[in-house]
Design a protein around this ligand. Structure first.
Ligand SMILES: Cc1cc2nc3c(=O)[nH]c(=O)nc-3n(C[C@H](O)[C@H](O)[C@H](O)COP(=O)(O)OP(=O)(O)OC[C@H]3O[C@@H](n4cnc5c(N)ncnc54)[C@H](O)[C@@H]3O)c2cc1C
Length: 399
């Protein structure tokens, strides 16, 4: 049996008995009910919250981190956004910095905190969702020993949740310091000697430059991912290329609604993003050496695809992330472990939505400037479903 109004039961003191009668899942200490539960309180979750609040819907945002903005705060110390401030604001509140400046990661984190405060968004921090499952027509969210339920759920987060490190990393010599980019803060964490950055995407290139400038002999290993043909910080970058690429192409041309977008989507989902800020020429100027892919470990050292091993003291894994959706106990995943959806709407599980994933609807979907449009569209779908379910109920009651 589903507890239709858990709040009422708790108020009447009957909840404990009813919950206890419902088997192992019912051992949860209490179950709160909402119209919508948003899981994730980063830019995606806050954007969804903003639009839910505008629509007058009763909701809660649950986030695993202790403080709003922590997913930005936890990134490396020198990180600056590659998007200028004019593309770093969410719906309803512009980013408080000169439009063409590049905010630091902490400024972005503080902006998100201020955003939640400004719109009084109900965020509960320190709440890691361990399970999401279905009971009757409701979704149940388990956090610690508590359960919450709602007829509609939004999973609002990018795919950068869990560091991806190859299994052979465990065979590296103990004398080598190894870190994933998710745990790297600055060169002070490294020991003297050479560094190899495994993965030649944007994080690898940014960090390679930083450690080379700190005096380490540096290699960057992996496939060349290409580079965008402009520098974001130059006059042309800010005034011509950023509006053209970020504002127009990523947002309006490369979407699931255009033939260009549908053609580009599989590649955008499977390939690394070309270098944006740090260029090949910058790596060469800093005397960073290119190396083939790291394919294993030999004698405790990183082994390259050409059969050589590298005698380095430090390995920085810039090998990306995965979304880690194992906690979602619903049959909605494709062969890559990603949810099947249409622009964020999970059609096989009505009432379930995603926001923030790469190319959810457009190339801009996982970026700050694109997430608000997706959030507004998903809240529209939520509102429509609420109306439809409400209308169905009234027909049943009057019949
Ligand atoms: C190094 C780096 C630099 C970037 N720079 C830019 C840039 O300059 N411009 C740009 O537009 N984009 C940039 N991005 C892309 C994107 O804007 C960021 O990744 C952004 O943090 C995504 O926000 P999000 O809300 O979708 O996800 P996240 O920021 O990852 O937030 C998700 C939230 O969900 C929470 N969560 C996860 N699992 C659970 C769970 N089970 N239960 C409860 N809570 C959970 C996490 O605690 C987290 O707070 C960058 C990404 C990276 C990795």
């Amino acid at each position: 049996m589903i507890v239709a109004d858990a709040t009422q039961l708790i108020e009447e003191g009957a909840a404990a008995m009813q919950l206890a009668a419902r088997g192992p899942r019912s051992m949860a200490s209490r179950r709160e009910s909402f119209d919508v539960i948003v899981i994730g309180g980063g830019q995606a979750g806050l954007s969804v919250g903003y639009h839910l609040a505008c629509a007058g819907i009763r909701f809660i945002i649950l986030d695993a981190n202790e403080r709003i903005g922590d997913s930005w705060r936890q990134r490396w110390d020198s990180l600056r956004l590659f998007t200028p401030a004019k593309y770093d604001g969410l719906d309803g509140l512009a980013f408080p910095a000169p439009r063409n400046s590049f905010p630091t990661k902490n400024e972005m984190a503080d902006y998100l905190e201020a955003y939640a405060r400004r719109f009084r968004l109900p965020v509960r921090n320190g709440m890691r969702v361990k399970r999401l499952f279905k009971e009757g027509s409701h979704f149940v969210v388990a956090v610690g020993s508590n359960e919450l339920e709602a007829p509609q759920i939004v999973v609002a987060m990018g795919k950068y949740q869990h560091a991806r490190v190859p299994a052979f990393a465990a065979s590296l010599s103990n004398e080598i310091t190894q870190l994933h980019s998710a745990d790297y803060r600055g060169p002070g964490q490294l020991q003297p000697g050479g560094v190899v950055l495994v993965g030649a995407g944007n994080s690898g290139a940014d960090l390679a430059l930083e450690v080379a400038r700190a005096g380490h002999e540096t290699w960057i290993a992996g496939r060349d991912v290409g580079q965008v043909p402009f520098r974001p910080e130059t006059f042309l970058g800010r005034n011509l290329f950023a509006p053209l690429v970020l504002g127009f192409i990523f947002h309006h041309v490369l979407t699931v609604r255009t033939p260009f977008g549908r053609k580009a989507r599989p590649g955008a989902l499977s390939k690394a993003v070309p270098l944006i800020r740090v260029k090949r020429a910058d790596l060469a100027a800093a005397r960073i050496r290119r190396a083939p892919r790291v394919v294993g470990v030999r004698d405790g050292r990183p082994l390259l695809d050409d059969g050589q091993s590298l005698a380095v003291s430090n390995v920085l894994w810039c090998t990306g992330f995965h979304a880690g959706f194992e906690w979602i106990e619903l049959p909605i995943f494709d062969e890559h472990g990603m949810p099947s959806h249409v622009s964020g709407v999970v059609t096989s599980e009505p009432g379930l939505y995603f926001v923030g994933l790469p190319f959810l609807h457009a190339m801009s979907s996982s970026m700050i400037q694109g997430v608000g449009r997706d959030a507004a569209r998903i809240v529209e779908a939520i509102t429509t479903r609420r109306r439809a379910v409400g209308a169905e109920r009234s027909i049943l009651v009057s019949a």
